[in-house]
Design a protein around this ligand. Structure first.
Ligand code: SF4
Length: 316
């Protein structure tokens, strides 16, 4: 599969089939310090919207997988190697999924850089859930944490988030990712908190650097995030980075023996996954996981990297 990845076990979305609408070199309107897809090349740090990958190719892959009615995921999620709304047909692809499988929910993970555009807002009607990011309110901090493309400002992001709130009928889960010493100052937290109360998202999800980041930055501890959550005092707040989902709560498809390696490679294709998460998603024992990893490492297909004392499986 070229454009689809997973299903992966996502902390926030449960079992999620990823749809990547950007080419492998990553195209994004930001170059976030914490990005788990690596740095954004200057050439592809852009606000340009176009059909970055062929829509028909994406639809073909979706049809192949989703026409099997026994295939179930909690969400089909537009995310991946950059900002999905930079693809001009992202709405058409969400609509295609809804028409093919009305029983499946469709989610969009976005950095909110294009939400101020009318044509983007219109296309959101095909989504059940939009999860936009808001990492900074002041322009200076926004530039430091998100390294935006030319012309993109925090003001535009906030304008887009307000429009989303005013016009979108589905669920909104606002995500804020805190980077140590960058957007976690009391002043910035207060400004972000004001916007959270103003936007009243269905969930406000606090995250931090827990996977290998693009730049040399560190995350906050669970206590520090809890402290921020208490200071802001928004009732529908989740801390999403230190909790694992319970696999038994998810209506996933159990792995068949021969599929374990294939599914593991799919899981780590776009982002590093903690060993614990891989083990639970594939229902493996410690020994079973080590065995598969040893084989895949020998074959040069994956690597195991340690970040802040935790081991991750990374695509080689
Ligand atoms: S985290 Fe998201 S918005 Fe930021 S650079 Fe990576 S893909 Fe782009």
């Amino acid at each position: 599969m070229k454009y689809l990845f997973g299903p992966v076990l996502s902390r926030r979305l449960g079992l999620s089939l990823g749809v990547d609408l950007l080419p492998p070199q990553k195209v994004c309107s930001m170059d976030c310090l914490y990005c788990e897809c690596g740095k954004t090349d200057r050439k592809y740090l852009t606000m340009e919207r176009r059909e970055w990958v062929p829509t028909d190719g994406v639809k073909r892959e979706l049809e192949d997988l989703l026409r099997d009615e026994s295939f179930y995921v909690d969400y089909v999620t537009l995310s991946g190697n950059g900002e999905p709304t930079l693809h001009t047909k992202f709405g058409e692809i969400a609509r295609f999924v809804k028409e093919l499988r009305p029983d499946l929910k469709v989610a969009l993970l976005t950095n909110a850089s294009t939400l101020h555009m009318e044509e983007v807002l219109r296309d959101l009607r095909w989504f059940d859930l939009v999860s936009p990011s808001l990492d900074a309110v002041s322009e200076e901090v926004f530039k430091r944490v998100n390294h935006p493309a030319r012309g993109l400002t925090a003001k535009k992001v906030l304008e887009g988030l307000q429009k989303l709130k005013d016009h979108f009928g589905g669920e909104i889960w606002l995500e804020t990712l805190f980077v140590k010493g960058v957007n976690d100052t009391p002043e910035e937290v207060e400004k972000i908190g004001e916007w959270v109360h103003r936007l009243k998202p269905d969930r406000w999800q606090l995250n931090t650097v827990v996977r290998p980041p693009a730049y040399n930055v560190r995350g906050l501890s669970e206590e520090e995030l809890l402290d921020i959550a208490k200071r802001v005092g928004y009732p529908k707040t989740d801390i999403v980075c230190y909790n694992y989902l319970r696999l038994e709560d998810i209506k996933g498809v159990p792995s068949r023996a021969g599929e374990v390696e294939k599914r593991l490679l799919e899981m780590v294709k776009r982002r590093p996954s903690p060993l614990e998460e891989v083990k639970r998603a594939l229902k493996l024992t410690d020994e079973g996981l080590e065995e598969v990893l040893e084989k895949l490492q020998r074959e040069g297909k994956v690597k195991v990297e340690t970040f802040e004392g935790k081991r991750y499986v990374v695509s080689a």
